[in-house]
Design a protein around this ligand. Sequence first.
Ligand SMILES: Cc1ncc(COP(=O)(O)O)c(C=O)c1O
Length: 269
Amino acid sequence: MDIVCFNGEYLGAGQGSVPISDQGVLYGIGIFETIRVSGGSPLVLERHLSRLFASAGELGLKVPFGAGEIEEMLCLTAKKNGMEQGGLRLTLTGGGMGGPSMFIQGRPLTYREDQYHNGLSAAFSSIRRNEGSPLVRHKTLNYFENIMARGEAVGAGWDEALFLNNSGSLAEGAVSNIFLVAGGKVKTPHPRCGLLPGITRRRVLEECSCMGISVEEKSIHPGELSSAEESFITNALMGVMPLTRIGNGPVGSGMPGEITLALMTRINR
Ligand SMILES: Cc1ncc(COP(=O)(O)O)c(C=O)c1O
């Protein structure tokens, strides 16, 4: 993954620099997208681009290129890196004296086969998600809390950290959205609970409706997770990933459930 696209130019990794006056550097002002590449092509790209432009519009950020140009840059960055399977990260900074910077970096996938087979574990973070924040539903450069929460969870032997919101309801994972299956229904926290409405989350909701599975977006008490039949988490790079342990206890049978497996077959590539 040696080639990066920096403001439309293709440079060697480690090249390209953001001015120290950039609000992204000074205040964490900016947004990003993480996009799965499969068979050499970025997946569900229109959705990533529309989230990028929608967030930029709502947050008053300037996108220095058009959607067509960005699409071409993403495809070319994957191609120049010989990427068949992997991830692309597109970062847009808030800019400063010299205007915003936009850059695209490639990365390998790190999720393993055995993790899809056995499922991941998660623990609740002591950091709360602020459902009243105007930033929580955007993929902003403010990932310090997420990284802290995940670092604490991983340090204690779990794979993912789960955030509750200020009202004590389930919100999302540090790098994922969360779902549970109870009574044969798929349930996931409502966007008002304080979460990034993920692109994979939306795909899961759509697939459930194609499969005739009823879905509820609602406020979920964390206790519902331990009594759930199944649980899974999602993001663009991992797709659908079973969540089989919360703290020291199993979720359901402690192995990926039937609905989770069916969604993995439909969504993961
Ligand atoms: C905090 C958080 N929530 C949810 C998601 C899932 O979003 P998406 O499916 O668009 O990748 C991510 C992805 O990185 C995330 O960081």
